[in-house]
Design a protein around this ligand. Sequence first.
Ligand code: SF4
Length: 378
Amino acid sequence: MSIGIYIHVPFCLQKCNYCDFISYPYDAGLAASYVYALEREMKLHAGKMPADQREVRTVFLGGGTPSLLSGQHLALILENCRRYFRIRDDAEITVECNPGTVTREKFALMRRAGVNRISIGVQAFQSRILSFLGRIHSFAQVTEAVKACRDEGIDNISCDLIYGIPGQTGQDWQETLDRVLNLSPAHISAYGLKVEPETPLYKAVASGSVVPCDEDAELEMYQYVISILAARGFKHYEISNFALPGMEARHNLIYWLNEEYLGLGPAAHSMLDRHRFSNVKCVASYIKKLEKNELAVQEIISLSLEDEISETVFLGLRLLGGLDTLAFARRFGCSAADIFGPQLKKLTDLGLIKINANSIRLTEKGLPLANEVFVEFI
Ligand code: SF4
């Protein structure tokens, strides 16, 4: 069974106001040590993994801001991946890019290194909203980045967007979607803004200087994105994700199908052999560990069969196609109804899920209440 590889690149030019991901200010020397540590980490993991697990069908460089790394470093990381793992010829290889950090040359180097998918952090069209979020780029830079990316031969482009931002109106959101659709992306991720603890946004909301978006307004924005993207030929295939036919994010599908992946880099998470494990968050500690030829794993959680079943159900329900009940029965030798009969009945009676011949899925009513559905299976 092939796996996915996630590589966490822990550098950003500037911290966005809403973000709680692990990232540090970019420093060329630190980046070089990080790339070297990554190679050691790949070698250590590959040395322990059986050949079939070393076969890779997706690679995702996320962050942080992977596009802050030089084109040479990005190419070296992928070259090292190929040295220690068998990256399939048809593998999906994605790099997350911040529009303020890319150049035509960098895209050309990525393309030559095998990158075939770019995920661009667009977030919004309006300058005042981008500046409120603490983004370092303008929408004009998004347009330039998309053009440069296409000119250099990478056509599979995904755009990340945020709605439910304080001060964002329904009209702002419609305008953002219009502008993004003009760029003809193959895939769009649209996330409701979460106010995460410890962020400047959280402090501003707590102090009362920023008023969060009204829940009804946020729900309207969610319903709008669903309807406009359906009208433009996008398939709504996961709660927050939309794709043109055949252009679903294959890497993220690994997460939603609760399949195996290896996470590399500081703070990266893995799921292998019924174990979830995560690396230390601090980039300096990560590098130090790898310099001693030791893995930088901080926490290992061994999953019971019950844990795996429960995770497979609620992750699968994120997909609009629902949990594939035949695949579930093949994987676990029992049906979801055998284990979660009362929960499934309750949620069906509430109209939040629908059970078909081969699937269990969220209904239109259940979609915005997904978290309430998921807790039933935990
Ligand atoms: S660029 Fe991305 S990872 Fe970096 S601070 Fe902003 S949202 Fe977070």
